[in-house]
Design a protein around this ligand. Sequence first.
Ligand SMILES: NC(=O)c1ccc[n+]([C@@H]2O[C@H](COP(=O)([O-])OP(=O)(O)OC[C@H]3O[C@@H](n4cnc5c(N)ncnc54)[C@H](OP(=O)(O)O)[C@@H]3O)[C@@H](O)[C@H]2O)c1
Length: 331
Amino acid sequence: MAAFTAYRIFENDGKSAGRFVELTLDDLDPGEVVIQAHYSSVNYKDALAATGAGKVIRRFPCVGGIDVSGVVASSSDARFKAGDKVLVTGYDMGVAHDGGYAEYVRVPADWVVPLPQKLTLFDAMALGTAGFTAALSIHRLEQNELRPENGKVLVTGATGGVSSVVIVMLAQLGYHVVALTGKDSEHDYLKSLGASEILSRKDVQMGSRPLEKAQWAGALDAVGGETLAWLTRTMQQNGVMASFGNAGGIELHTTVLPFILRGVRLIGIDSAATAMTLRRQIWQRLASDLYPRLLAQVAHTVPFAGLQQVFPQLLQGKQRGRSVVEIKAPG
Ligand SMILES: NC(=O)c1ccc[n+]([C@@H]2O[C@H](COP(=O)([O-])OP(=O)(O)OC[C@H]3O[C@@H](n4cnc5c(N)ncnc54)[C@H](OP(=O)(O)O)[C@@H]3O)[C@@H](O)[C@H]2O)c1
């Protein structure tokens, strides 16, 4: 196979940075399945990896991109054959195994998910790790008895990739969604996604008592830090919260009182390591009841060559919705 283009991240003098390079299949990490990539996406983790703003890459050099969708070019594993439409998200992709920012991607067969019939390869990456994380978080909250009739559900980092999708999904499931955002210019956008109420980050009085006024039946948190601590203090009796992100910090200072006096449950979400059985179940939900009807509104396309312009926007919290990277021109 001829050389192809990849966006690979290198480390020099302790600093990491990505650039476009020409590779051949022999340069890629081993795996049974070679995928001709059609789309990838840009997640917060991708921006941390590509710029070195976060120490997420565990092996250099590494082709970036934690997500990919495309068509199998060849497979030495009987579960897949040339021409199959597939997707891969998470595992070690883009952090310790060459990832999705390349025209060809080679991965272990155990990581590959057949594209659900009702999704296109574009849909799969408009969703990507973000959509998968959104669906997994909602699934886990529902397993913990969250229902629309229980009360309001708060979504933090609301305009972000994961949270935008969460809002659309919750609204179509009939939840009363309250969106917490730092972007005052985006209130109309959040309402158009299905948020019933919007809270401005600068206006929220977080208080400091171990228990504040109980407000939320459910919460999905992209932010961590003080925001997550405030959430623990303001959950209703038997409230259930999912922590999936740390855009605002990794610390969590709270007390046990929300847990022992209000029965609050805090559920951790790790999309990358989700086992294949649950992973396929979540992708089937993404293709059915959790398919975000407003996906086109949330997702926009970025040409492969324009990839690097997205990273700083994401890191500065200026990004809205999902960036789908077009690796192979359609047609
Ligand atoms: N656990 C998992 O499996 C998993 C999977 C995917 C993502 N994640 C994590 O989830 C988080 C969101 O990912 P994403 O891809 O959706 O990123 P994203 O598109 O950059 O969204 C993050 C959002 O958080 C808000 N935010 C940013 N900086 C903040 C700050 N300093 N304080 C408070 N809010 C801030 C912004 O929303 P507003 O301006 O609207 O407030 C921003 O749009 C990241 O931490 C990511 O690493 C985890």
